[in-house]
Design a protein around this ligand. Structure first.
Ligand code: TXA
Ligand code: MG
Length: 315
């Protein structure tokens, strides 16, 4: 079968209508959010959701995040706790995902939740994502739009390079402003950090007025973001490098400079926004990548988490 290249769409009213129509027809549409590009499908359509797993080459036990345009639209799907309500009011739309217990009659495909009694919900802030979700008018299941285990996409070009032959259309709205996947908080019980991400956990804890629990036992599912090797370039990656070794290419931060620098001024927001783009670029050199030390506070926690997984031994 011929490999069909995806339709490249821009988020004007024609492009958004077209993208919404493709979602309605049960096909895959990659779309921008403020965190990373998502690979979207109608979350109620089992065949469409199955196509996400096939396109990514993703182990099918990993559940997906369901995207909605507002807190209001998210209400009916789940049982809300006080903490979930507080977090949604404080941070939606934004780079936060809440895992909550499903309500009966939710209508989502069982493939979205991988059969779990809970579901991950997110209301993205990116105006083009908001517009697409409103034009479509239903829940959109979307993992990051990259082949499973590889570097996440923060531009339409990354999506095209990774999944170009496997997606009907790509909605191009430029680079993602946050550049790291959403922070995931489990809210089926005491609020629990499931994945560090684009919303610093200090900010989440300030809103809750209490520290977050961390998952002590492995979550029932092994989230892809929790697998040892993930977010990985082709070549090996080494963290906390203060000096370059022969053959390596260096990714700098602050005064520790390199071929590229995540943020010469040591700004963690800039570093987050640059991380995946710079990893994609350095990966293209084919050389092992050495990464300068990144502080472990604020967004630095999620940056170090992604780097640790990229550096982990490959299976
Ligand atoms: O920023 C983001 O979150 C991006 C954009 C596209 O929204 N999406 C994203 O999706 O990163 P993905 O599939 O790459 O990561 C979703 C994470 C996985 O680690 C998955 O296991 C976890 O959410 N997850 C989903 N449902 C869950 C559940 N019911 N319980 C625990 N973890 C869940
Ligand atoms: Mg991902």
């Amino acid at each position: 079968m011929a490999v069909v290249s995806p339709l490249m769409l821009v988020p004007d009213s024609d492009g958004l209508d077209h993208a919404a129509g493709l979602l309605n027809a049960g096909t895959l549409v990659a779309f921008p959010t403020e965190t990373v590009y998502g690979l979207g499908a109608d979350a109620r359509n089992g065949a469409a959701v199955a196509a996400i797993y096939a396109a990514k080459g993703r182990p099918s036990f990993n559940p997906l995040i369901v995207h909605l345009p507002s807190v209001q639209a998210a209400r009916p799907y789940v049982h809300w706790t006080d903490a979930a309500d507080r977090l949604a009011q404080a941070f939606w739309p934004g780079p936060l995902t809440l895992v909550m217990r499903l309500r009966d009659g939710h209508g989502l495909s069982g493939l979205v939740t991988a059969g779990l009694p809970t579901v991950a919900l997110r209301v993205p802030a990116q105006p083009s994502a908001q517009a697409l979700l409103r034009a479509f008018g239903g829940p959109v299941a979307a993992p990051s739009a990259n082949p499973s285990g590889r570097i996440s996409p923060t531009t339409a070009a990354h999506v095209h390079a990774g999944l170009g032959g496997k997606v009907a259309a790509i909605l191009d709205d430029g680079p993602c402003a946050v550049g790291l996947e959403s922070t995931i908080i489990g809210c089926d019980g005491a609020p629990t950090l499931l994945r560090a991400g684009g919303l610093p956990i200090e900010t989440v804890q300030a809103a809750l007025g209490a520290p977050l629990a961390t998952a002590t036992t492995p979550v029932a599912v092994t989230a892809p973001g929790q697998l040892a090797s993930h977010y990985a370039p082709t070549a090996p990656l080494r963290m906390n490098a203060t000096q370059i070794e022969p053959g390596e290419v260096m990714l700098g931060f602050g005064p520790t400079d390199g071929a590229l620098n995540l943020s010469p001024t040591g700004d963690l927001h800039a570093a987050a926004a640059n991380l995946f783009e710079m990893l994609h670029r350095l990966d293209a050199t084919g050389q092992p990548i050495a990464v300068a030390p990144i502080p472990v506070h604020g967004l630095g926690r999620a940056i170090n988490d992604r780097l640790a997984r990229a550096a982990a031994p490959r299976s």
